[in-house]
Ligand binder design. Structure first.
Ligand code: NAD
Ligand code: NA
Length: 396
């Protein structure tokens, strides 16, 4: 069929298999162009199908020749209805990996459940024995706790007071003022339950108990800090509480991995266009100004460039893993540079519907958004008849 984007607010209802494949191939080529990383050889990626998780899997496989197992939650296609982008991404990745002689298998299901954890452990035992790196890169609005059976929903709200600031509708380019009402105590607890560290801890405990973590195994989860501008709705809002919890969980996990000499890290990553970040008010305006400034300075990065730097210059850096005073790995260092942040803050004051096309990178934002779903990707023929039914070769 001919597959076109069907946008509804912050999401696109369709995805293009060839565009998703091209995105994956571009990321693989980037990784190969940067040479070998002396990294982990057996890697489990939880949240492996899009964004930072997919880029971590590509960096492991094509940077270190690693065998990879990916866990994700994606929708397969039905005749006449496309799959979700992460499905097509994984199909493309596993085709490329297997063609390169690399082990690549995956599990599609709810990573928060006991069942998917057990299935993953069984697969590691059967095929790899143990893993030496576990990447935890889940982004989800909802989680059912397998112990209590309670389903929690996260919210993106400020804590304590109403937050009023500028935002942009990135489809129309209209800049307006929005006010977000503060959350309740229950909202905070629910957001921490979904996006905090509890599930990461449960995964690491289950893997450790099952004996499938290699001596000295490392695990990494991803966090975000960002500027003062977005603080009320991000780092000091409900999601920030979840990130505080995630960061605190790293030392809890490191404590529990004493038996194997393992270590848990949080890496603070750069703001990027993903399905998750497009839905957060204020953030798209910040990102469009940030992209403009970082591109002008020649320091803009996407997920794959970020993961390349994480693996080559932080995790597997010969001089040991550099961290900040709170033990966090920082690859948001270029985003947070004073010259970058000063310029973004100045542009923020000037941003209106009229000025944004010139002072911000709204086009870059939009292109990245379409690219997430495999659209507007260079070299793809969108007029060609395309088979929506694509198999994931390593799906267990
Ligand atoms: P993403 O939406 O691109 O990826 C989320 C992944 O989680 C996908 O593979 C999806 O299939 C999987 N997933 C979601 N629910 C699942 C479930 N129940 N079971 C199994 N898999 C599930 O998100 P992303 O932006 O790459 O975010 C990954 C992490 O990076 C998050 O912790 C996020 O907060 C963090 N981060 C994001 C940014 C940013 O700007 N996007 C910046 C810094 C840190
Ligand atoms: Na991810």
């Amino acid at each position: 069929m001919i597959i076109e984007p069907r946008i509804r607010g912050f999401i696109c209802l369709t995805a293009h298999p060839k565009g998703c494949e091209q995105n994956v191939i571009n990321q693989i080529n980037y990784t190969k162009s940067k040479g070998t990383i002396n990294g982990a050889k057996k890697v489990l990626v939880i949240g492996a199908s899009t964004g930072f998780g997919l880029a971590s899997r590509i960096t492991s496989a094509f940077g270190s020749n690693a065998a990879t197992i990916g866990v994700y939650f994606e929708k397969p296609a039905q005749p006449g209805k496309t799959a979700s982008p992460g499905w097509y991404n994984t199909a493309a990745f596993e085709q490329q990996a297997q063609a390169a002689g690399l082990y690549a298998k995956s599990i599609n299901g709810d990573a928060f459940s006991n069942e998917i954890k057990e299935k993953t452990i069984d697969l590691i035992k059967a095929d790899l024995g143990q893993v030496d790196l576990v990447i935890y890169s889940i982004a989800s609005p909802v989680r059912t706790n397998p112990v209590t059976g309670i389903t929690h929903r996260s919210v993106l709200k400020p804590i304590g007071q109403t937050f009023t600031n500028k935002t942009v509708d990135f489809h129309t380019g209209v800049v307006s003022t929005i006010s977000i009402e503060p959350c309740t105590e229950e909202d905070i607890a629910n957001t921490v339950a979904v996006m905090g560290g509890e599930d990461w801890d449960m995964w690491m405990e289950a893997l450790n108990k099952a004996g499938v973590l290699a001596p000295g195994a490392t695990t990494v989860a991803y966090s975000y800090i960002g500027p003062d501008l977005t603080e009320p709705v991000y780092r000091k809002g409900t999601i920030g509480r979840a990130k505080d919890h995630l960061e605190a969980t790293a030392s809890v996990i490191t404590g529990k991995l004493g038996n194997i000499g393992g270590k848990a890290y949080v890496s603070v990553n750069k703001a990027l266009v993903t399905q998750a970040s497009s839905a957060i008010p204020v953030i798209p305006l910040y990102i469009s100004l940030l992209y403009k400034v970082m591109k002008e300075k020649g320091i803009h990065e996407g997920c794959i460039e970020q993961m390349q730097r994480l693996f080559a210059q932080r995790l597997y850096f010969s001089g040991g893993v550099p961290t900040d005073d709170k033990g966090r790995i920082r690859i948001d260092d270029w985003e947070m540079r004073t010259d970058v942040q000063d310029q973004v803050a100045a542009l923020w004051k000037e941003a209106t519907t009229e000025t944004l096309p010139a002072i911000g990178d709204l086009e870059g934002y939009k292109t990245d958004f379409y690219n997430l779903f495999g659209f507007k990707v260079n070299g793809v023929d969108y007029t060609a008849d395309t088979d929506e039914m694509v198999e994931v070769p390593g799906l267990v």
